[in-house]
Write a protein that binds this ligand. Structure first.
Ligand code: GLA
Length: 379
């Protein structure tokens, strides 16, 4: 598809084609910016890039999703409020150049099938795809973790969204049939096989994440405040990652009620991820599912980032035969749920959740049965 579009736009075949996947997080939510643990998987939904070099310093970019084109010079890269879809590519290009990687101009077309604003990290896929695109086009030798960090930097510093590192990491380094266990403090990671006859089913609530950015910023601040209050109470913590559940019991009084609940989510979620990785490796999918369910409850009650729609989807999922676990995934306030479902029950699951959601809220859920897939840099 992307190759044909490129050919139509520029009347020649592209020199390189790369793709970067969206992601779903199995467990470990709102832990990445607390130096904690996460366990996402890349999914078989991609943003593809096709392009060729130019002899000058001009980038001509076309979005096949927005059916819109822009042109900018590598010598003067600024944010473009009128073509916001292009800012990820602009940011990545700017920071590569700032780091001393000399680029040439390029003609590029990109787009794909990662649902937008659904909590499946379409922006991370665009950023990682753009970085991988330049890497291939220019033959740059880049360390994979550098690609991840640069892509995130484009989101944080250029686009201006304060996300953690999980999404870019898994879009770059996810692996087929595996989840990716990442320690967000030292960025060490390991692929954990998702074995057995199970499917990762994603249910899209269809509700745009209206509050997502402002509430995300509030949660981020609350975590920093909780750390500060725990430090004033004498606990040696750099981040909530360093707090264990016992500390929280004893030093919890130092925290205001809201901060105590926010901290409890992060602290218990980190423990759930560690157990989830262990039981997944042992093939104990029942226990894995229970941990997903507990994660949802914690996000709903302590972290307060769920919504009526997400809770409805999760509660419907819990009732279906063959569901091992169900929870909201991503930042929250809309977007998607992730469900681990026995393979032979997946079709009936999708049907029942779709009709139950329509009946309960009069809304249409889109349902994707996903494969854990290779990231953009997988070799
Ligand atoms: C968004 C951010 C991630 C992470 C999740 C919540 O997806 O981009 O970095 O913080 O929310 O787990």
């Amino acid at each position: 598809m992307i190759v044909e579009t490129f050919q139509k736009m520029f009347a020649t075949p592209p020199e390189v084609v790369v793709r970067a996947p969206g992601r779903v997080n199995l467990i470990g939510e709102h832990t990445d910016y607390n130096e904690g643990f996460v366990l996402p998987a890349a999914i078989d939904r991609y943003i593809e890039f096709a392009g060729r070099r130019r002899a000058d310093r001009t980038v001509r970019a076309h979005s096949s999703d927005f059916k819109d084109s822009v042109e900018f010079s590598l010598d003067d890269i600024a944010k473009d409020a009128a073509h916001r879809w292009s800012n990820y590519l602009r940011g990545v290009s700017k920071f590569l150049e700032a780091d001393g990687h000399r680029l040439t101009g390029a003609d590029v077309v990109f787009g794909g099938n990662v649902p937008r604003e659904a909590g499946l990290s379409s922006s991370a896929a665009v950023e990682v795809g753009a970085t991988a695109f330049w890497q291939r086009l220019m033959g740059l030798k880049l360390d994979p973790v550098y690609v991840v960090k640069l892509s995130r930097r484009a989101e944080n510093e250029f686009v201006g969204v304060p996300c953690g590192i999980m999404d870019q990491f898994v879009s770059a380094l996810g692996r087929r049939e595996h989840a990716l266990f990442l320690d967000c403090r030292d960025l060490s990671y390991r692929h954990v096989p998702v074995r057995g006859e199970v499917k990762i089913v994603v249910c899209n609530s269809g509700v745009r994440r209206a509050l997502a950015q402002s509430e995300y910023e509030v949660r981020l601040r609350q975590c920093r405040q909780a750390e500060a209050q725990l430090r004033s109470a004498g606990l040696a913590v750099n981040s909530l990652r360093d707090v264990d559940p016992v500390d929280l019991e004893t030093a919890g009084d130092a925290l205001t009620e809201i901060l105590r609940r926010r901290a409890r989510h992060v602290v218990t979620e980190n423990h759930r991820v560690l157990e989830a990785v262990r039981v997944l490796a042992e093939g104990d999918l029942e226990r894995f599912g229970e941990l997903m369910n507990a994660s949802h409850q914690s996000l709903r009650d302590d972290y307060e980032v769920s919504s009526k729609e997400l809770d409805t989807l999760v509660e419907l999922a819990w009732k279906q035969p063959g569901t091992l676990g169900a929870r909201m995934t991503g930042a929250g306030f809309g977007g998607c749920t992730v469900n681990l479902v026995r393979a032979d029950a997946a079709d009936a699951f999708a049907e029942a959740v779709r009709s139950g959601y329509q009946e309960a809220l009069g809304l249409k859920a889109e349902i994707y049965v996903c494969q854990a897939s290779d990231g953009a840099l997988a070799t």
